[in-house]
Design a binder for this molecule. Structure first.
Ligand code: ADP
Ligand code: MG
Length: 318
């Protein structure tokens, strides 16, 4: 059945039924607003992201499970980037009438899989039809202890610059998709990194607790994302390009297709790893896997030590 037959309320009912029990004291889908308790000594974190067909994803290529996953994941990643604990999400979408209910069910399986991983139930949203493209807007709510939110503006000279995970995999995956290249073996892993990024929620909380001075998630590539930290903090940076963490999969596919793996790690977007700064004595206590890639320095310039170019823009919409 296509969703036109299900109707707006039929679809909302289906979404509501698919949600499990909510944590005590939280009211989700079904009324005019969701209702959440307010905790003393905590701050609320809120963030919204829009995913537009043709701009952020190609409906012909991405499977509905991955699209549901990615819609929730890129938003939950913003809560992770503050060192916060996710509380829930809101999903508003404009749906082309031709989508069928199987497509919707698969979308929600993906959405719930990552929401479940992050303990962030779907608490509400809005549903309309679209004359043309599919548009998905997700809002996430989270919380953190008052004063423990990690901003972009706290980096200080001599802090170490670090990242979680590996960089460039998602960009490699996108190259395989757009180039119609093999999706076997290492390729499969890169495409998974592109379609199903894992929000680093637990890592973000550990990094915050350990005393990070600044943090953000890497959505456009560190080439432009690190700029956000240095500008907000009024500092410069030196990045050792040879120390950027690259996966075996990205290295093998880069060797095969002649890609510049380090270039992808700098300018390729959508890794959704965490980029953070921390004084070196605090860093010694950090008990999650991370890679130190450079240092904050006085000034305002970023030196990409060992890079073929100093011009790094990352992904831009305009
Ligand atoms: P309203 O007219 O007040 O916007 P709706 O009829 O649009 O109410 O929505 C009814 C309930 O269903 C609300 O609780 C809303 O949050 C929820 N809802 C609507 N669309 C979605 C969706 N796509 N995902 C999750 N919840 C939804
Ligand atoms: Mg509505």
């Amino acid at each position: 059945m296509n969703i036109d037959g299900l109707g707006e309320f039929g679809l909302i009912e289906r979404i509501r039924e698919g949600e499990g029990a909510l944590p005590r004291g939280i009211m989700g889908i079904g009324d005019d607003c969701a209702v959440l308790p307010q905790r003393k000594g905590y701050k609320t974190l809120v963030s919204t992201d829009l995913l537009m067909e043709g701009v952020h994803f190609l409906l012909e290529d991405i499977d509905p499970y991955s699209l549901g996953w990615k819609s929730a994941a890129v938003n939950l990643s913003d809560i992770a980037a503050m060192g916060g604990r996710p509380l829930g999400s809101f999903l508003a979408f404009a749906l082309p009438k031709a989508l069928d209910s199987k497509w919707m069910d698969d979308f929600f399986r993906g959405y719930r899989a990552v929401s479940g991983l992050c303990s962030a139930p779907l608490l509400g949203g809005d549903t309309t039809s679209s004359l043309d493209r599919l548009c998905i807007c997700v809002t996430v709510l989270g919380e953190c202890e008052d004063g423990h939110e990690v901003l972009r503006s706290g980096a200080r000279p001599s802090d170490k610059i670090c990242v979680s995970g590996t960089l460039g995999d998602s960009a490699g995956g996108l190259k395989l998709i757009l180039g119609g290249l093999s999706r076997e073996g290492a390729g499969e892993r890169l495409i998974e990194r592109h379609y199903r990024p894992v929000p680093r929620v637990a890592e973000g909380q550990r990094i915050a607790a350990c005393g990070a001075t600044s943090m953000m998630d890497i959505s456009d590539g560190i080439g432009s994302d690190l700029r956000h930290i240095t500008r907000a903090s009024g500092v410069g940076a030196v990045v050792r390009v040879k120390d950027l963490p690259l996966s075996e999969e990205l290295l093998s596919q880069s060797a095969l297709y002649g890609w510049n793996a380090r270039g992808l790690a700098i300018d390729g977007g959508e890794d959704y790893e965490l980029l953070f700064t921390m004084p070196s004595d605090a860093l010694r206590n950090l008990d999650i896997p991370y890679t130190e890639i450079g240092e904050i320095v006085p000034g305002e310039d970023i030196l990409w030590e060992g890079a073929s170019s100093q011009e790094h823009k990352g992904f831009r919409h305009f």
